[in-house]
Ligand binder design. Structure first.
Ligand code: C2O
Ligand code: CU
Ligand code: CU
Length: 527
């Protein structure tokens, strides 16, 4: 096990308690009186703060310039952080990248994050995939202006897995993430430790994003995509792939096993990943951590915000071997620009070169059994006879969920869920047509739920859409815990989810960030 998996250093409990209470009180004061009135949870923070914090991080969002392409540096927005309390190794920058520092935490630990917004506009941070109290979830109603601060404190209830963080202000999530604001939040636990999976330098994050640059190496957002007024409706589709913030990425590896953790951090682009040399993937984890056992895939479909962890033994290829991770063409043109051109959804891309450059040093065999967790059952769902149904569609010029767009605090009758229940939700992508927007019905929607992870019960495709669905459906990995699920045009996905621990206002939305910003997002209330 690497050092980073060790527990943070523990100081005297009383001192930490004191720091905690004063820290929470300061943060509550900083959010302002108005915010306190509408955020009873913030006022309650000093009480929760009686539990000692294992890790305290100061996180700032600010403007910066980073060398990405040859020539001029690129103006970006980025997260920078400092460990204030706990293991200094809990925060690790990705060298030379605009991506935020990787945060590492343990299940059961209490984490405090003090966010400062140094951006020229309002923002707030969301911990994607983490099951946290509502006041720590980064809901857009908590956005703070430039110079503002927001205090987060929560217990890490999630199992080991690859989670991530990004801004979530309403209407501006797309451009803020596009400008560079995103980072990984890796959780480890004892079950994972016991497996002896590749760690340290053999545990490699692969954050895949697409970007478009102008001739000055500045990022172009929703311009220069060769399309007309439909670009915002399609989402931001870049013409260049970056891995961990770098173009033409090459990973030099030893001839030994690796754990590769893939995140699709793109605003809108879906990838159909294959190894160029035809090797199959051994998938060991998804959004919510390890699978029960490894599963094989010929290709992996990875929609925005989805994660997949793969185990690769490069000894099988041998020193001197080279291969590429590529994204294959699918449905090309079908979801493209209204007038063609650009780099539409489904365009083939090279993602990353891999070179086996040296002999391996150790590495265990892949365990046949990775993890154990309960299989959620339809029979246990309180609404099994009358599943809650959410229709993701396009209606008179807007992306909608059950006909509604996002409204900051509104909750409709069919968006109220009881605490401590298991529910079945039917997520349906029906499209629907709007004037002059013929492609509306044809857009994929990666549906994301805040809060707890869920399991996919089953999927169904409307036969009229089956041809294109079959180009991606064998690449779904539905065996484990998920927080984001791709719902293709004509597809209905049934998921099972528990609503435990926290009441409050949470979100479901399309993780095509331009769809989200346009309002394809709704609250749900757990009460
Ligand atoms: Cu990663 Cu509400 O999003
Ligand atoms: Cu989220
Ligand atoms: Cu969408």
């Amino acid at each position: 096990m690497s050092d980073r998996n060790k527990s943070p250093l523990h100081g005297p409990v009383d001192r930490r308690r004191f720091l905690q209470v004063s820290g929470a009180a300061t943060a509550a004061a900083l959010t302002g009186g108005g915010a306190l009135l509408t955020q009873p949870e913030v006022a309650a923070a000093p009480l929760r703060g009686l539990r000692a914090v294992d890790l305290r991080i100061a996180l700032k969002a600010r403007k910066s310039k980073v060398k990405i392409l040859p020539g001029a540096r690129t103006p970006v927005w980025r997260f920078v952080g400092k460990v204030r309390e706990g293991d200094p190794a809990a925060l690790e920058a990705i060298p030379g990248s605009y991506l935020g520092p990787t945060i590492r935490a343990r299940t059961g630990h209490r984490v405090a994050l003090d966010f400062t917004n140094r951006l020229p506009e309002e923002s707030i941070v969301h911990w994607h995939g983490l099951h946290v109290p509502e006041d720590a979830d980064g809901h857009p109603r908590f956005a703070v202006r430039r110079g503002g601060k927001y205090h987060y404190e929560f217990d890490v209830l999630n199992r080991a897995g690859m989670y991530w963080y990004h801004p979530h202000p309403h209407g501006r999530t797309g451009p803020q993430v596009y400008n560079g604001l995103a980072g990984l939040f890796l959780v480890s636990d004892e079950e994972e430790d016991a497996l002896g999976l590749p760690s340290g330098e053999y545990d490699v994050p692969v954050v895949i994003q697409d970007r478009t640059f102008d001739t000055n190496n500045s990022l172009l957002y929703l311009r220069g995509m060769g399309g007309g007024g439909g670009t915002m409706f399609m989402g931001m589709l870049g013409d260049q792939i970056l891995v961990n913030g770098k173009p033409d990425a090459t990973l030099d590896v030893e001839a030994r096993p690796y754990r590769l953790r893939l995140l699709n951090g793109s605003n809108s682009r879906i990838y159909k990943l294959v190894w160029e040399d035809g090797a199959r993937f051994t998938v060991i984890g998804t959004d919510g951590g390890l699978l029960r056992k490894p599963v094989k895939r010929d290709y992996i479909t990875l929609a925005p915000a989805e994660r997949v962890e793969i185990w690769v033994d490069f000894a099988e290829r041998g020193v001197g071997a080279q291969t590429k991770l590529i994204s294959q063409e699918f449905m090309n043109g079908q979801f493209g620009m209204p007038g063609g051109g650009g780099f539409p959804q489904g365009t083939a891309f090279d993602i990353m070169n891999v070179r086996v450059t040296r002999e391996g040093t150790g590495g265990n065999l892949l365990p046949a059994k990775l993890s154990s967790f309960p299989k959620l059952k339809l029979a246990d769902a309180v609404n099994r006879r009358d599943p809650r149904r959410f229709e993701y569609s396009f209606d008179t010029g807007r992306w909608v969920i059950n006909g509604r767009t996002f409204d900051m605090t509104a909750v409709a009758a069919d968006e109220v869920v009881q605490l401590d229940t298991l529910e079945v939700w039917e997520l349906e992508n029906t499209g629907g047509s709007g004037p002059g927007m013929g492609m509306g019905p044809m857009m994929p929607h990666p549906v994301h739920l805040h809060g707890q992870q869920f399991q996919v019960l089953d999927r169904k495709i409307d036969s009229r859409f089956a041809t294109h669905w079959h180009e991606v459906s064998d690449g779904y990995v539905d065996e484990g815990w998920k927080d984001t699920v791709l719902v293709m045009p004509g597809e209905t996905v049934r998921i099972l989810r528990r609503f435990d621990d926290y009441t409050g206002l949470y979100l479901q939305h399309c993780h095509n960030l331009e769809h989200e910003d346009m309002g394809m997002m709704r609250n749900f209330q757990v009460e």
